[in-house]
Ligand binder design. Structure first.
Ligand code: CU
Length: 421
């Protein structure tokens, strides 16, 4: 043992290191690019604070659009549930809202429509937690929004969740409420089970009994005392069930079953000045970590527009030359989700009402790699998707869908897309 201890110490240390680094992220980057680029696009997400004490609230608000080019291999969002992506139950979600309506239950959602959400999370377990908004879609799984670090300070033991029920019962702490009755009733049943097992296991067990049966002497196996014990057990069990029922009825005279119904939430109204984007060619330059989309863009609205942001998978490629777009970026927004070079255009002149123009959108950043979106080139359904945020000369925003097949470029070819066109 002495010889192996340095090795096991090293292994333990390694394990601890792996465990510690696992805590820093919780798998959002492992989701396939098609899930992150073509399902729920979260935008305008804001976290009310980056630091709370145990028992204090963080409010997460924002919007999401269920993408028009929803992957064919995923079920449509007919049953969806608003949640939050956090490493375990480190918060308690005390409120959920969709378009101002309670979102306690699941709702059917519509593709190519937008929803505003709000969740209130109450700090429960201290630590640094990465907090994402999330929509769970039946059959498709959790669709995560962008994540931001929220620090919960204080002591876990101080956490309380007080509540007043519909019949006026005051609960001091939902965390511990009713636990003693659960433990008490389980103990009663465990004691009965142990007594019954002990009654039979005190005698010769399997093989001797098998031999007795083989020899046709099974009557020997059950004595009059066994029959009496069985009768006592039946009476005891039925009595405990009846007493338990009466006790529960008296203690909790009014109970409401868990609600399994579906709510109905209307999507947000559509913008009436659409911008149409038809992708002509999208490439991903693997060594250059650069996504380029050449698209034919038509301004169907009545005012000239400019392009301020391309948002996909929680990443925001912002056009740093457009003040209206930069104004939408909160100084507290997670920096890792704002690639520094942002969105670049080959032609930044505003697109006039009714005009159609072929524009090259360039998003070059290591984030494609660090966010593991580059694995999209290995997908059998090789498509890129995102939202293009357009701003008119009055600062109003229109959000256009951008989607199309993408071609990877593995070598630094001279024939770059911008030049061939
Ligand atoms: Cu995260």
């Amino acid at each position: 043992m002495r010889l192996t201890s340095p090795v096991s110490g090293l292994l333990l240390g390694l394990l601890a290191f792996v465990a510690a680094s696992e805590v820093a992220a919780h798998g959002e980057r492992n989701q396939e690019p098609f899930l992150r680029m073509r399902t729920a696009h979260f935008y305008d997400v804001a976290w009310s604070t980056g630091k709370v004490n145990v028992n204090e609230d963080v409010v997460i608000e924002g919007k999401f659009r269920l993408f028009e080019d929803w992957p064919a291999n995923l079920p449509e969002p007919e049953v969806a549930f608003l949640g939050n992506g956090t490493p375990g139950p480190v918060f308690v979600r005390t409120e959920s809202w969709l378009n101002g309506q309670p979102a306690i239950q699941s709702v059917p959602l519509k593709i190519d429509r937008d929803y505003a959400f709000k969740t209130v999370l109450k700090g429960r377990i201290p630590g640094d937690h990465h907090v994402h908004p999330m929509v769970n879609v039946e059959g498709a799984g959790p669709l995560m929004g962008p994540g931001s670090w929220v620090q919960v300070a204080g002591r876990a033991n101080d956490f309380v969740l007080p509540l007043t029920t519909l019949d006026g019962t005051k609960i001091d702490n939902l965390e511990t409420w009713g636990v003693s009755s659960v433990v008490g009733w389980h103990s009663v049943w465990i004691v009965i089970a142990i007594l019954w097992l002990a009654w039979w296991t005190r005698r010769p067990l399997l093989i001797p009994r098998l031999v007795a049966i083989d020899e046709g002497r099974e009557k020997l196996l059950i004595s009059r005392a066994d029959l009496a014990a069985g009768a006592v057990l039946i009476v005891l069990t039925v009595s405990v069930v009846v007493i338990g029922f009466i006790w529960a009825e008296n203690t909790y005279p009014r109970t409401i079953p868990l609600q399994g119904g579906r709510a109905v939430v209307k999507p947000l109204p559509r913008s009436d000045a659409p911008v149409e984007v038809i992708v002509e060619r999208a490439t991903y330059d693997v060594p250059g970590r650069s996504m380029q989309i050449r698209a034919s863009v038509t301004n169907q609205g009545g005012r000239p527009i400019q392009f301020g942001e391309f948002a996909t998978s929680g990443l925001r490629f912002v056009n740093r030359e457009l003040p209206a777009a930069m104004a939408m970026v909160s100084p507290t927004y997670p920096k890792d989700l704002l690639p520094p070079s942002g969105l670049k255009l080959d032609d930044a002149t505003p697109l006039a009402p009714g005009e159609t123009r072929s524009i090259l959108f360039d998003m070059t950043d290591a984030a494609w790699e660090t966010e593991r979106l580059t694995s999209l080139i290995n997908d059998p359904d090789n498509r890129v998707g995102g939202l293009l945020f357009c701003f008119d000369d009055q600062g109003d925003r229109v959000i256009a869908n951008v989607s199309g097949p993408i071609v990877p470029i593995f070598k630094d070819l001279v024939a770059h897309q911008g030049m061939t066109h």
